[in-house]
Design a protein around this ligand. Structure first.
Ligand code: IVH
Length: 612
């Protein structure tokens, strides 16, 4: 049954997806030499494209697992055809123009295992040289974030860099220092040999709860949701706005070391290293499990049992490490990866369900986001009913049709994703999905931007946009008016009690108690909170305007340049205020600020604001 689905999927998707599942075909079919050369060429192109999406744009289109399978297929084809592989290089995250730092010891990658048999092979290789064939391992989550190399000297952070190409990384010292979670007390103790300088390898990542908070805020602000916590981590460590880096709530763990000075102070085992981290107050891999095993079955058993305990942070597998430093040294390393460690990757769980509907959510700025709704299914312990699709074109690319049987997956991803259509189950009368050309909320004609990727409702008075703008205005980063949640905002707008945020400042108790579920006391409390918000600082009022491309950092920068909201409407004050923005953002902002509705809203709001 399962196998049948895979085969159907192979026929279903062209390009990428075909490549992913091509591996399975490979086992059953005999490709001719020229076919396999063609395939090698196609895979190389495809992998290069995904490398660029992942490393340069932070916008992967496929899951890591799918990517790994592409690479695995390529390696096997190359080996069979006797062609040297071009794959053996570490991915490159270098951005042009950024300062670079050379790692003292190169940052290698990890060999990967996709099955128990591969773990068993690894064990056998290690056990062959281990005393009596008994080996101690550390088992650790493979954190799915962005790799970092930090140099610490006598308790001080000297520098921090991304992995880059493995030899040279990008300087992210300031960003790492801005991470709130990295507060340590490295007492320089007198015991010898003591570590004076060490290269620490770790992972910057986002806890699931923090990722959800960030996305909840973005959803309120009408901004596109982050797809994956890893992309947020990777993007955040390269931001130049350090306040923004701090506000992302990043976490960090340290899982390894590079060069150590003096060399005699090198930790004798993984366990000793982790204990040292704890002692000096640096973030360790707190959930590491240590096991001592005599055979590969025991190791696999421990791996499977431990896997269950990963929760609350994104992972993309498990790292198995030989604990003993002596044994590690003996095993050494190959061209790209150490021989003493292995990343065990697991096939993400996917479930089958039926696509019932595609709804379009209208954001504050009028951008429409498609959300797929399907029959409820249980994945990693939670019931899910919907998955957001990245943009309108994804529907066409996948040819999603209502009533289709689909695969839904949560691959270390918090947001579930549709990963395939089971087309042989498609009803004969299923019709292609028609992308709407009018706004589902207000009926206004939609604009297409970015080659059809983005659908936009340009009606400033669209009720959904007004609701989202109001919610954004009262949100914590803006005017912080508690008591107006989504239901209340909807009521205020749909009953015409509030037309735009400035109307909050003219509300009366009588108007509020006329709404269902609002009593005298609630109404009065709300009015007091609204009144108090008049005195919020200018930057919060700027955030509240919900200008496209202006977050907390941008609002702060603008607030320094202007004396009041009205200055945004005034030349040349406005040009001066926009000087520090990129020319494309400045242009978009000017266009927005020139809209009559926006000018009117700003006029009204500046009347309400009581800012110095
Ligand atoms: S040890 C020689 N331990 O995985 C490499 N790496 O594919 C030794 N990673 O970018 C790495 N969690 O940053 C190790 N518990 C863990 C890890 C881990 C995540 C990352 C690492 C590297 C990637 C290698």
């Amino acid at each position: 049954m399962e196998m049948q689905h895979w085969h159907v999927l192979i026929g279903r998707f062209s390009g990428v997806i075909a490549g992913i599942f091509g591996l399975i075909v490979l086992v059953t079919s005999e490709a001719s030499a020229s076919e396999s050369l063609d395939r090698i060429e196609a895979l190389r192109t495809e992998i290069a494209r995904h490398d660029a999406l992942y490393f340069q744009e932070n916008a992967p289109e496929i899951t890591d697992y799918e990517y790994d399978l592409l690479k695995l297929e390529l390696r096997r084809l190359e080996a069979a055809a006797g062609i040297p592989t071009e794959l053996d290089r570490v991915g490159d995250d270098l951005t042009r123009g950024a300062d670079q730092i050379r790692h003292t010891e190169p940052m290698l990658s990890l060999d990967k295992a996709y099955s128990e048999a591969e773990v068993a092979d690894f064990f056998d290789r290690v056990a062959r040289i281990a005393p009596e064939g008994v080996v101690s391992f550390s088992l650790e989550p493979k954190f799915d974030g962005v790799a970092v190399n930090m140099v610490m000297e006598r308790g001080e952070l000297v520098s921090a860099a991304t992995r880059g190409n493995g030899e040279v990384g990008e300087d992210i010292t300031d960003q790492i220092e801005a991470i709130e979670a990295l507060r340590y007390e490295w007492e320089f103790d007198a015991t010898r040999p003591r570590i004076e300088r060490i290269e620490l390898r770790g992972e910057v990542f986002l806890h699931d709860s923090r990722f959800e908070e960030l996305n909840a805020a973005r959803s309120l602000a009408g901004q596109a949701l982050f797809r994956h916590p890893r992309n947020v981590a990777a993007g955040s460590v390269k931001l130049t706005d350090l306040a923004e880096v701090a506000s992302r709530g990043l976490s960090i763990v340290l899982h390894g070391w590079g060069a150590v000075h003096p060399i005699e102070a090198t930790p004798p085992s993984v366990m000793d290293f982790q204990r040292w981290l704890e002692r000096v107050g640096l973030p360790s891999v707190w959930q590491t499990r240590y096991v001592t095993v005599e055979n590969s079955a025991e190791l696999n058993h421990a791996v499977e049992a431990y896997r269950e305990s990963f929760s609350g942070y994104p992972t993309d597998g498990m790292v198995i490490k030989v604990d003993s430093g002596v044994l590690q040294k003996e095993l050494g390393h190959g061209p790209t990866a150490p021989r003493w460690t292995l990343a065990r990757k697991f096939r993400p769980t996917r479930v089958e369900t039926v696509l019932r509907n595609i709804v379009w959510q209208v954001g504050r700025t009028g951008i429409l986001t498609p959300v797929a709704e399907f029959d409820p299914v249980t994945l990693s312990g939670s019931t899910i009913r919907r998955a957001s699709l990245s943009h309108a074109l994804e529907i066409e690319r996948r040819d999603l049709r209502l009533g289709d049987a689909i695969w839904v997956e949560k691959a270390g991803e918090i947001i579930p994703q549709i990963v395939g259509v089971i087309s042989h189950q498609r009803e004969a009368d299923a019709v292609p999905y028609v992308i709407p050309d009018t706004c589902p909320a207000c009926g206004h004609e939609l604009l297409k931007r970015s080659e059809g990727r983005e659908l936009l409702c340009a009606n400033f008075r669209c009720q959904e946009q007004r609701i989202k703008r109001l919610l954004h205005f009262v949100s914590n980063d803006a005017l912080q008016i508690q008591g107006i949640g989504p239901a209340m905002a909807r009521r205020l707008i749909l009953t015409d009690t509030v037309d735009d945020p400035s109307d909050l400042y003219h509300l009366t108790t009588a108007q509020l108690v006329a709404l269902p579920g609002i009593g005298d006391k609630t109404a009065q409390d709300l009015l007091i909170r609204i009144e108090a918000s008049r005195a919020r600082p200018l930057e919060r009022w700027i955030v509240g305007l919900g200008l496209p491309g202006v977050g907390k950092g941008g609002a702060k920068a603008l607030a320094v340049k202007i004396d009041g909201l009205r200055d945004l409407l005034d030349e040349p004050r406005r040009s001066v205020a926009l000087e520090d923005f990129s020319s494309s953002t400045a242009e978009e902002l000017s266009g927005y600020l020139d809209r009559r509705e926006v000018r009117e809203m700003i006029e009204r709001l500046s009347g309400a604001a009581r800012v110095p």
